[in-house]
Design a protein around this ligand. Structure first.
Ligand SMILES: Cc1cc2nc3c(=O)[nH]c(=O)nc-3n(C[C@H](O)[C@H](O)[C@H](O)COP(=O)(O)O)c2cc1C
Length: 163
C-alpha cells in the first residue's frame, strides 16, 4: 500500500504483456504494452491505450496498421529487447528477428506464440497522455498452441504500468 490509494486500486487490474508492432512504408517498430483488450465481436475490434509520444504512435498514425504479438511465459526473453523506446534504443529493429504479417506487413516477432494484425479504425484523442487506438482485426494466427494460462502477463514479471 502507498499513500495513493487510487494508484493502488488501478494497479490491481491484471494485464497481459504484449508487443505492438507497426509498419509505415519501409519503417517498422515494436513496443511493449499492456493496455490491450478486445472491444467488439462484430466486427472484431481491439482497443489499446497508446502513449502519444511513442514512436509507435507516429508509425500507426501514418501507416494505419499494427499487430499485437502475444507471448508465452516461457518466451519472456523474446519480448524484453523491445521494452525500451525507439529514442533510447534506436537499433532495436535492426537487431530483431521477425517476419511480415500477411495482411499488413507488420512484424511478427520471433518467439511470439500468436498474433492478430489490425487496420486502424480510429485513433482517438481523449484528452490524456495516451490516445485510444481502435483497430479492426484483419488477420491472425497461433504459432505455438497453448492455454491462455500460458500467456505472458505483467504480474508474471512483477512489473506494473498503471496508476
Ligand atoms: C511494462 C510496460 C508496459 C507498458 N504498457 C504500455 C501501454 O499499454 N501503452 C503504451 O502506450 N505504452 C506502454 N508502455 C510504454 C511504452 O513501451 C514506451 O512508451 C515505449 O517508449 C514506446 O516505444 P516506441 O517509442 O519505440 O514506440 C509500457 C512500458 C512498459 C515497460
Amino acid at each position: 500500500m502507498s499513500t495513493d490509494l487510487i494508484k493502488d486500486a488501478l494497479s490491481l487490474i491484471p494485464y497481459g504483456f504484449y508487443s505492438i508492432t507497426s509498419r509505415s512504408g519501409d519503417e517498422v517498430n515494436a513496443m511493449v504494452a499492456n493496455w490491450v483488450m478486445q472491444a467488439s465481436f462484430t466486427p472484431r475490434l481491439v482497443a489499446i491505450g497508446l502513449q502519444k509520444k511513442a514512436y509507435t504512435h507516429s508509425l500507426i498514425a501514418t501507416g494505419g496498421q499494427f499487430a499485437v504479438n502475444i507471448f508465452r511465459k516461457e518466451d519472456v526473453e523474446a519480448i524484453k529487447p523491445f521494452t525500451k523506446g525507439r529514442a533510447k534504443n534506436p537499433d532495436k529493429m535492426t537487431t530483431a528477428t521477425y517476419t511480415p504479417a500477411p495482411a499488413t506487413g507488420c512484424p511478427i516477432l520471433a518467439g511470439a506464440a500468436a498474433y492478430v494484425e489490425c487496420r486502424v479504425v480510429q485513433l482517438i484523442d481523449v484528452g490524456g497522455d495516451h490516445d485510444i487506438l481502435v483497430g479492426e482485426v484483419v488477420g491472425g494466427d497461433v504459432l505455438k498452441p497453448g492455454a491462455v494460462t500460458d500467456t505472458l502477463t505483467l504480474p508474471d514479471l512483477g512489473w506494473s504500468y498503471a496508476g
